[in-house]
Design a protein around this ligand. Structure first.
Ligand SMILES: Nc1ncnc2c1ncn2[C@@H]1O[C@H](COP(=O)(O)OP(=O)(O)OP(=O)(O)O)[C@@H](O)[C@H]1O
Length: 276
């Protein structure tokens, strides 16, 4: 299988204020990763380990301090329609209907109006929102809003779907049903997915592979293949194989961390701050 996404020695530093001085803070370091075309990769790690930073780098919303990111062999130099991002907070425009929200990305790439409407309706169907196209965001539940956000992301036909804790704000039951929906959509579309989550269960349930990140500075400390093939409606979470994989990820998350050397004792904001 060819790699959809390659991260090669990726590091991201931020400059922060630390006790009144400028300090360089390394959020992610030494990240090497290949995601095969069509793979569903879940990335799990503790709060603040750099998961969102990694996703922002792949999205092209920020640039690496070192290393390179390739998408289907081409360097990522900024945001583009070959990647679409779904965030935790749906980011829908409140004055636009569901259909018009889905049309948003299509407008930016110059798809003609009639085609936009058809594509928006097709993608609202795909996420199970047939009949809700004319609703405004405030008339939709949290789960429905996230479905609209997923439809909007898919409508531009990205090669890679980047998801940053998209179900974290939803109640447990809605989350489970959207997880099943996402698996169905992923199987139907064959997209490469990078899915960030705090949840070990969510990572094991959704991922074909789970990348485990270590705490600051974030590195990929483990890559675990998941050989489950969840069938929606079946209780795969009660399967002993699920429990074993869950335990592997849990154990990987508890590995002792390798700290970045510092020139100065950590202070309030940046434990790994090295003054510039
Ligand atoms: N723009 C920025 N400027 C300075 N520091 C930043 C910036 N963005 C992120 N950081 C820092 O980088 C580290 C990683 O942040 P990031 O949001 O990527 O972590 P995360 O794993 O996604 O966290 P969470 O799971 O809590 O959302 C944090 O310590 C954060 O404070």
């Amino acid at each position: 299988m060819t790699a959809a996404l390659v991260l090669d020695g990726v590091r991201k530093d931020f400059v922060v204020r630390d006790e009144g001085r400028s300090a360089r803070f390394t959020a992610v370091q030494d990240v090497d990763l290949e995601v095969p075309d069509g793979q569903f990769l879940a990335v799990v790690g503790p709060s603040g380990c750099g998961k969102s930073t990694l996703l922002d780098l792949v999205a092209g919303l920020t640039t690496p301090t070192a290393g390179r990111i390739l998408l289907h062999g081409r360097p990522v130099t900024g945001p583009a329609t070959d990647r679409a991002v779904v965030f935790q907070q749906y980011a829908l425009l409140p004055w636009r209907t569901a259909r018009k929200n889905v049309e948003l990305g299509l407008e930016s790439v110059g798809v003609p109006r009639r085609q936009r409407g058809r594509l928006a309706d097709e993608h609202l169907d795909l996420v199970g929102l047939t009949g809700f196209a004319d609703r405004y965001p405030h008339e939709l539940s949290g789960g429905m809003k996230q479905r609209v956000a997923i439809a909007r992301a898919l409508a531009v036909d990205p090669r890679v779907l980047l998801m940053d804790e998209p179900f974290a704000a939803l109640d447990a039951q809605t989350r489970e049903s959207l997880q099943d929906e996402l698996l169905r959509i992923w199987r139907a579309t064959g997209k490469t997915v990078v899915f960030i989550t705090h949840g070990i269960d969510e990572a094991v349930y959704l991922g074909q592979r789970v990348a485990v990140m270590s705490p600051r500075p974030g590195r990929i400390s483990d890559l675990i293949d998941i050989d489950l093939d969840p069938v929606p409606g079946e209780d795969v979470r009660s399967d002993p194989a699920f429990g074993r994989l869950r335990h592997r990820v849990w154990s990987a998350l508890r590995q002792p961390t390798r700290q970045q050397p510092t020139r100065q004792q950590p202070t309030a904001h940046a434990r790994e701050a090295a003054h510039v």
